[in-house]
Design a protein around this ligand. Structure first.
Ligand SMILES: [Mg+2]
Ligand SMILES: [Zn+2]
Length: 222
């Protein structure tokens, strides 16, 4: 092991999944009523937990309706290849999300990626309701449901060998992760956040870019 060893963390919505499935899901099933919450969440007045609890309460749908809806989404076509590349390099990318297990696991299973470690919130689908649970405790962050920065710090603290931390993300729910990352890949809202806050990042548009860059930098073997 050398300090070229990587600990790789990926956001799900808008990063592994091409679109933000959680956002679209709640917009669709609340018939747009969730939109009144989003600006308050983005400016920090509303925590993710309160936002997700309120959004989940707006969903009146059966599991069948929910899974049928999910089939319109797809993942970044580069991600299965990226996961393969990581496997060849003895790395398991870790998925960190402030969204819900029921749709993330649905896609991981669909693409045979359900062996990847996943840290996210839990939404149990019942008839016409979603029961929300937050299994991870955040010690300092009051903003996130599942704080990616805190999960990264916990996982880093268990490592016994030198490594570099990689984070790949796209949005506001990734902002706590940026200070924990040695190598950061950002697009969309996360890129804007980096620009405004003078945080250095690597621009990317899909996982093919990330793979190419990590190979070019000598972190991964092709
Ligand atoms: Mg995202
Ligand atoms: Zn946080």
């Amino acid at each position: 092991m050398t300090d070229r060893t990587l600990l790789i963390f990926c956001d799900f919505d808008g990063t592994i999944a091409k679109k933000d499935i959680g956002y679209n899901f709640f917009y669709h099933f609340s018939e747009g009523k969730n939109m009144e919450l989003i600006p308050h969440w983005k400016n920090g007045q509303l925590s993710s937990r309160d936002c997700l609890l309120q959004e989940a309460a707006m969903v009146k749908a059966t599991p069948e309706e929910i899974y049928n809806y999910l089939d319109r989404f797809e993942i970044d076509p580069g991600f299965p290849d990226f996961a393969n590349l990581c496997r060849k390099n003895d790395i398991r990318p870790i998925i960190l999300s402030d969204g819900f297990d029921f749709y993330i696991r649905y896609f991981l299973k669909k693409y045979r990626l359900n062996h990847l470690p996943l840290y996210c919130n839990i939404g149990r689908l019942g008839n016409m309701r979603i029961k929300v649970e937050f299994p991870y405790e955040n010690h300092t962050c009051t903003r996130c449901g599942n704080c990616k920065g805190e999960r990264m710090a916990e996982i880093r603290s268990r490592m016994t060998t030198p490594f570099k931390t990689v984070f790949i993300g796209d949005g506001y729910s990734d902002t706590c992760a940026v200070t924990e990352a040695d190598i950061l890949y950002a697009k969309k809202d996360l890129e804007q956040y980096c620009l405004v806050n003078n945080i250095s990042y690597n621009k990317y548009s899909d996982f093919y870019d990330v793979a190419r860059h990590l190979i070019d930098e000598g972190y991964l073997k092709a």
